[in-house]
Design a protein around this ligand. Structure first.
Ligand code: PRX
Length: 606
């Protein structure tokens, strides 16, 4: 964007007093308010909508079949064939080499139907689990919608997962089919014998000759080639499962969060209000659909609103990102604090040298968004960055800086209409403004998790404070009802917006022959929010050396996931443990940060 244009845009968007604050002069961050006056937005009056809104009433925005049956896939794609959007571009897909492919809603519908018929021909039935392990290629979108359309349960998997991470998820989710690519399939080859329910691996983009007819591995193109573009949409009970999203807790392996077709109502309304999507928008969600943001706000929510979505297979790189915004004239951009911090580090000149004038709305999620970054956004893009809060479990945004409300840098915003969020103490008593406590939500929003796959007791733990959904986050609320994030109440690590359970990393570490014990913590980091730090005890016969530590790091990276390896490893003689033998991560963290040790009465004595 040219400087003059940008200044013009800034003036139009802001009240004069907040312009000063946005440029970092004067007001303390928490009191700072960025007022802007959007020409129009989908939710123009927060207060009155909050007072009168009902989810029951909002159902008219969604297409239901007779007797209240519904299908999220029908809402995302099929209905646009009958509402004037048939030939509108649904997906702009840019591959890693920069090649652009476009799919209209009609074309997406046809591809979805071919794959849906193919899955049925392989015996996939309602409720079966079909996992998608692909980079951001069009088939990822086609597969996710096709699985939902036939009533099977989709299991999105992040393409950076290694064999251990895959095995945990595919095994627990009892995967029947995995859709993948030849490169990613190699990571499944070594573990498939440990997956008793796995019947087929469908391979996208391979060489048809490599796959024998009737074998376990099937070539995607051959499979769909003779399939019909007609497929009746499965009419689902709203409470029937839609997808299974694995996420990390503090103890144990990743848990499969179960969401249902009724979620589409919450996904639709939040994409309309928070993303503020309109028919002429070109919308880019930078999150990978292997995570909740990429599935909910990269596929179902925006498509339910008939938006044109952008999918970019390439890696993060400031220049390429700006070039993509310019090339596709992206208007609405949903990204994450780590990416924004890296863009900020890459320098203002890159922004000024690009033409980003198409942008009209920027959003961020996943980790705390520094006020400094919001101010930088105002300076270089001429737009505030709208932070919002939700979780894999909540299935939709619950707290947000809406376009119609002033933005308070450092705050996640206010609860959306239809959502009651509060700060409570450990007994569930609501705390007044300004007091730090547990961030909880009154159950009843449509996209709330319905259970944890094969682990109902884990699900019940979210409701340990009667009458509330317990998020596991600590926060406070100001006098105007804006929520401010403070930290996790447990040991879950948030590195670059990825939720990582310390136990998973510890398990991967002790698989290495040199490692006897491991304790893992999140260590604050300027760019990534937190980095993973491991404390390990070596087995007899191993000596601490840089080479050994780098081997251990590589092992974790390869087995678990590229983002989940410990950037720092420290070798210790022993680790602090409770008398029952649990590693005290809290103490490791306090030592690392030079904080008081707190209550150590449970510490095991030597
Ligand atoms: O700790 C909060 C943090 O991310 C957690 C949810 O992670 P996940 O289930 O992977 O979903 C991420 C994308 C929705 C939360 O418990 N988090 C999420 N949004 C914010 C945040 N922390 C601070 N500010 C946010 N806006």
């Amino acid at each position: 964007m040219k400087l003059a244009e940008q200044a013009d845009k800034t003036d139009k968007q802001q009240a004069p007093e907040s312009h000063e604050a946005a440029n970092g002069t004067g007001k303390p961050a928490r009191k700072e308010i960025i007022k802007k006056f959007p020409v129009s937005c989908n939710l123009p009056n927060y207060e009155s909508t909050y007072a009168t809104f009902s989810w029951e009433e909002a159902k008219k925005e969604i297409s239901y079949f007779a007797e209240g049956k519904v299908n999220a896939a029908y809402n995302a794609v099929d209905r646009h064939l009958h509402n004037g959007r048939r030939n509108k571009v649904a997906l702009y897909s840019v591959d890693a080499a920069g090649k652009l492919a476009k799919y209209t809603f009609q074309e997406m519908h046809d591809e979805v139907n071919k794959l849906g018929n193919a899955l049925k021909s392989l015996g996939v039935k309602k409720g079966d689990r079909v996992f998608v392990f692909l980079t951001r290629v069009p088939e990822l979108y086609i597969a996710t919608i096709a699985i939902a359309k036939i009533g099977a349960i989709a299991g999105p998997l992040f393409s950076a997962f290694g064999p251990d991470a895959l095995k945990d998820r595919l095994h627990d989710g009892q995967a029947k089919i995995v859709v993948t690519s030849p490169q990613l399939k190699e990571k499944i080859d070594g573990i498939k014998h440990e997956l008793p329910d796995l019947e087929h691996i469908i391979v996208v983009g391979g060489n048809a000759k490599d796959y024998k007819k009737g074998g376990m591995e099937i070539d995607y193109a051959t499979l769909v080639a003779d399939k019909s573009t007609h497929l009746a949409c499965e009419q689902m009970d709203p409470e029937d499962p839609l997808y299974l999203l694995y996420t990390s807790g503090t103890t144990g392996k990743p848990k499969g969060v179960v969401h249902v077709h009724a979620d589409i109502l919450g996904q639709h309304m939040t994409s309309k209000w928070v993303l503020d999507l309109r028919d002429d928008d070109i919308y880019w969600c930078t999150a990978d659909p292997g995570w909740v943001t990429g599935t909910v706000y990269g596929i179902f929510g925006p498509w339910s609103n008939g938006a044109s979505c952008v999918s970019y297979e390439g890696r993060f790189d400031a220049e390429s990102w700006y070039a993509l915004i310019d090339r596709l004239k992206i208007t609405v951009w949903y990204t994450a604090p780590t990416a924004l911090r890296m863009l900020m580090k890459a320098g203002d000149d890159l922004v000024y040298n690009a033409d980003l004038g198409s942008l009209r709305h920027i959003l961020s999620v996943g980790e705390p968004l520094n006020p400094e970054v919001v101010r930088w956004g105002m300076k270089v893009f001429g737009l505030p960055i709208h932070d919002n809060w939700w979780q894999t479990e909540t299935g939709m945004q619950l707290i947000a800086n809406l376009p119609c409300n002033p933005v308070k840098p450092g705050s996640m915003g206010k609860p959306l209409p239809g959502v009651y969020a509060a700060i409570v103490d450990d007994t569930g008593k609501e705390l007044p403004a300004g007091e730090l406590g547990r961030l909880v939500v009154r159950p009843g929003w449509p996209s709330m998790l319905r259970t944890i796959w094969r682990n109902e007791p884990k699900f019940q733990e979210y409701f340990k404070i009667p009458g509330w959904y317990f998020s596991g986050d600590n926060a406070w609320k100001d006098e105007d009802g804006y929520f401010v994030f403070v930290g996790r109440a447990d040991d879950v690590i948030n590195t670059s917006g990825h939720r990582v359970g310390p136990f998973e990393v510890e398990s991967a570490l002790v698989e290495h022959p040199a490692v006897a014990e491991a304790g893992v913590i999140g260590k604050p980091d300027k760019e990534r929010g937190e980095i993973i730090k491991a404390f390990i005890v070596l087995n007899n016969g191993y000596t601490n050396s840089e080479q050994l530590l780098s081997e251990i790091r590589d092992h974790t990276k390869k087995q678990l996931a590229a983002h989940a390896y410990p950037r720092e490893i420290e070798v210790k003689e022993s680790l602090p443990k409770t008398r029952s033998g649990k590693i005290m991560r809290r103490l490791l963290k306090a030592w690392e940060l030079g904080l008081p040790s707190g209550d150590i009465s449970a510490l095991e004595e030597d």
